[in-house]
Design a protein around this ligand. Structure first.
Ligand code: IMP
Ligand code: MG
Length: 186
């Protein structure tokens, strides 16, 4: 083990079980509807790949019809806390306008990232907007009242910094197949 990787909070088999359940929920929610999944990079990439496969399997004998779009979000640090800069691919408006959109992120912490991406998606004319996150933290500090809750949450976790299954600490540990605590951090 590496000194940064702490206790395993969600082992791979629990992630797999929950992803299958989420796939079933999405298959029900979007039966026979064509959806655009907007994924927030990079944190949700492992989760996303497993989720859309589970969704397709759960849709059988029908097929889930969906497209994948990728946006990225960076939080400003220091002078403008809480502001999130969202980078959108060119031509996204034409692919979202008038369509149901599901925004997927890795983790819901302050909620500002998800809220910022949702504002952009609404501005681009999505017909119906839903959100799904793999993890949501039970925060000690309450979220701002203007931040909407995600429609679906994979796991509620305690308020600590986690790594693995897409989540990084300084660019490391996204590849871990489980969610672990970062060692040495609360
Ligand atoms: P927000 O505070 O809800 O805007 O969270 C924004 C982003 O911070 C998430 O999309 C993650 O990329 C990152 N983040 C928040 N908490 C953690 C964590 O515990 N581990 C790794 N990344 C995190
Ligand atoms: Mg992220």
């Amino acid at each position: 083990m590496h000194e940064e990787v702490g206790e395993v909070l969600i082992p791979a088999h629990r992630i797999a079980d929950r992803v299958r359940e989420l796939g079933r929920l999405l298959a029900d929610a979007y039966t026979d509807r064509e959806v655009v999944v907007v994924a927030i990079m990079k944190g949700c990439v492992l989760f996303l790949a497993d989720l859309v496969r589970a969704w397709s399997e759960a849709s059988q004998p029908r097929l889930a019809i969906l497209d994948l779009e990728f946006v990225s979000a960076q939080s400003y640090e220091g002078t403008r806390p809480g502001e999130v800069r969202v980078t959108l691919p060119g031509g996204l408006k034409a692919r979202l306008a008038g369509r149901p959109v599901l925004v997927v992120d890795d983790i819901f912490d302050t909620g500002r990232t998800l809220a910022a991406v949702c504002r952009h998606v609404e501005r681009l004319g999505a017909a119906e907007l839903k959100t799904l996150v793999m993890l949501a933290k039970r925060r000690a500090v309450p979220r701002e009242p203007s931040i909407p809750r995600p429609d679906w949450v994979g796991f509620e976790i305690e308020d600590r910094f986690v790594i693995g299954y897409g989540l990084d600490y300084r660019g490391r540990w996204r590849n871990l197949p489980y969610v672990a605590a970062l060692r040495g951090k609360p």
